[in-house]
Design a protein around this ligand. Structure first.
Ligand code: PMP
Ligand code: GLN
Length: 382
């Protein structure tokens, strides 16, 4: 968490966004969209503010949002969630992850993660004093290695922390992967924490939450967020669903992290969750139509691209362009050609950086003309 000089390290996303701003580069680094989300959702937030919904909401989140979350889990996945006892609204998925990890593990506990892993996971496990156990996902497919997962999960495992769809790779778990996660967690009496913030941004078939597998819900904390689905990343409305005793334990930590958050954005996110299925399909379809122009463009420039099955991001291998120092390449890219991107090393512990040499993450949740211009600029690399 701290650098060699003892100073707090800015996250790679903050660093690269600042660099994009200072150089005027196109920001394909940090994952946030540059177009507004559904109009009804935005209108509902404006209306809530003007109606005076501006004071502390209840600790577990407003009743309409908790009900909308439970209804969403039932409608999309057939999950039966009690809005009063099994739902907790949080300040983004980030706080859901933080409160969950701080509440449920500590020194002596191991947390198994799929690596590359979203940067918050390692930081939060460190804050909890627990030990991170990485399972490598290898380029170009980033498929889950079942033997590696079996070897990583032991009786010391307190949490199996999975992320499906996955940031940064855009990979999705297969039915066999999900079964193995549940089987190992059950055999070793571990909890499953599943970060499914990209649940609606899938390009080839419906999302299947781990909690829907037989025997899974009783040991699973499912985390999501409105930010990605409704293009409202700045609102920071996230949530988790879990068995009631886990929700109570997690809320006991959450109340001292943020207490509560985002009063007017909670009813607005509830409106979003209740949008017709066709609107969700439209949201995924719009994003899917951005993936190929970026990936094809990167291919033409000479990168080797792993085409994602979900989410905001594509990983491109820059080694064919002669890149050996991925971090230096990404640091220099904004100045060199006016594009910002994230080195995948940011998602991997330093001792395993060799595994991801040359890999760069590009966000495609951007306007078509921005993606087009970015590809033209990247062509200057060759
Ligand atoms: N988990 C993953 C995998 C993410 O990609 C992100 C956001 N980029 C988060 C959690 C954090 O979500 P939020 O902005 O809702 O805190
Ligand atoms: N999750 C976003 C990403 O992966 C960034 C969120 C953040 O900056 N913490 O780009």
């Amino acid at each position: 968490l701290l650098g060699d000089d003892g100073a707090v390290q800015a996250t790679v996303f903050a660093t690269m966004s600042a660099l994009a701003t200072s150089t005027g580069a196109l920001n394909l680094g940090q994952g946030f969209p540059d177009e507004p989300g559904p109009r009804e959702v935005l209108d509902a937030a404006a209306a809530a503010i003007l109606a005076g919904d501006n004071q502390y909401p209840p600790g577990r989140g407003t009743a309409p949002l908790r009900t909308a979350i439970a209804d969403h889990q039932a409608h999309w996945y057939g999950l039966d969630v009690d809005p009063d006892t099994e739902v907790l609204v949080t300040v983004g998925a980030t706080e859901a992850l933080a409160a969950t990890i701080l509440a449920l593990c500590g020194p002596g506990d191991e947390v198994v993660v799929l690596e590359p892993a979203y940067d918050a996971y390692g930081a939060l496990v460190a804050l909890a004093g627990a030990t991170l156990v990485p399972v490598p996902l290898r380029a170009p497919t980033f498929a889950l290695d079942h033997d590696a997962l079996r070897a990583a999960v032991t009786d010391r495992t307190r949490i199996l922390l999975v992320n499906d769809p996955h940031n940064p790779t855009g990979a999705r778990l297969t039915p066999r992967d999900r079964e193995l996660v549940v089987d190992l967690a059950t055999r070793h009496d571990a909890l499953i924490v599943t970060d499914e913030v990209y649940e609606h941004l899938v390009f080839d078939g419906p999302h299947v939450p781990i909690a829907t597998l037989p025997g899974a819900a009783e040991r699973t904390v499912t985390i999501s967020s409105g930010g990605k689905t409704f293009s409202t990343t700045g609102w920071k409305i996230g949530w988790l669903t879990a068995p009631a005793p886990l929700v109570t334990a997690i809320q006991s930590v959450k109340q001292f992290l943020s207490y509560v958050g985002g009063a007017p954005f909670q009813p607005a996110t509830a409106i979003g969750l209740a949008l017709p299925d066709a609107r969700f399909a439209e949201i995924a379809g719009t994003l899917a139509r951005k993936r190929d122009p970026l990936c094809d463009g990167l291919d033409r420039v000479g990168f080797v691209v792993s085409r994602p099955a979900a989410g905001y991001f594509a990983i491109a291998d820059a080694r064919p362009l002669g890149v050996t120092d991925t971090e230096a390449f990404c640091r220099e890219l904004p100045e060199r050609v006016g594009v910002a991107a994230i080195p995948v090393t940011a998602f991997v512990a330093p001792e395993r950086h060799a595994m991801v040499v040359g890999l760069v993450r590009f966000a495609f949740c951007k306007r078509d003309e921005v993606l087009h211009e970015a590809v033209e600029r990247l062509a200057l690399l060759t």
